[in-house]
Design a protein around this ligand. Structure first.
Ligand SMILES: CC(C)(COP(=O)(O)OP(=O)(O)OC[C@H]1O[C@@H](n2cnc3c(N)ncnc32)[C@H](O)[C@@H]1OP(=O)(O)O)[C@@H](O)C(=O)NCCC(=O)NCCS
Length: 181
């Protein structure tokens, strides 16, 4: 039986993660997909949360990746931290066997354990609704992508302890690396 191990990335994984991202997001018109640079730039930024960069090691090789990183939600009441999910990628030869779902779930569980309350994502609702994501605009969350409607989604994580801060509402600010995608 092939072994699946879900764990945060470590420094030795960087090259393998780049290869998974490059293969999963490959397009004929680009040599390096922007998702590769996005992860490299987030990794060197304040938005990086090492426990929430999740890899799927399948049969001893890095085959899947799901990243949660810091974003800020601002409103008249002040600003509050939240998370953005993405990129999510699985090596093409390992797709459709559940690695994407397992890796995202592992990242969301790790975020819940850290006391995080809100995750936003821009992506296909057909994929993300299985994790509980739904339309973010209907939850009072805006962003440069809110006009897209359904693909702009959010998920409220369950409180892991009592006394956690309320779930933020307002404009979601993405740090500069996101402007490249
Ligand atoms: C999207 C992606 C991460 C899914 O990973 P995966 O390991 O192949 O998916 P899983 O096997 O865990 O998912 C299984 C389910 O997701 C569905 N699914 C897979 N890719 C999908 C997609 N692009 N859109 C919608 N649903 C998708 C499958 O049909 C399956 O549904 P079912 O459980 O109802 O049968 C992977 O296909 C990938 O890397 N794609 C290219 C990069 C990309 O588009 N990333 C997401 C955007 S951020």
């Amino acid at each position: 039986m092939t072994t699946l191990r879900l764990r945060p990335e470590d420094p030795a994984d960087t090259g393998a993660i780049r290869r998974v991202l490059a293969a999963a997001f490959a397009r004929p018109d680009v040599t390096t997909p922007p998702e590769v640079r996005l992860v490299d730039e987030l990794r060197g930024s304040d938005a990086w949360l090492p426990e929430l960069a999740m890899v799927a090691e399948y049969g001893g090789e890095i085959a899947g990746y799901a990243l949660l990183s810091r974003v800020t939600v601002g409103s008249d009441a002040g600003s509050a931290p939240a998370l953005a999910l993405g990129p999510v990628a699985v090596a093409p030869h390992r797709q459709r066997i559940g690695l994407g779902v397992s890796t995202v779930q592992a990242a969301l569980e790790a975020a819940t354990e850290l006391g995080e309350r809100l995750v936003v994502v821009l992506g296909d609702p057909a994929y993300y609704r299985r994790f509980g994501f739904s339309r973010a605009d209907r939850m009072g969350l805006t962003s440069p992508w809110s006009g897209l409607g359904e693909p702009w989604q959010a998920l409220v994580l369950p409180p892991s302890t009592s006394g956690e801060p309320p779930v933020p509402r307002g404009e979601v600010f993405f740090p500069p690396p996101w402007s490249k995608v």
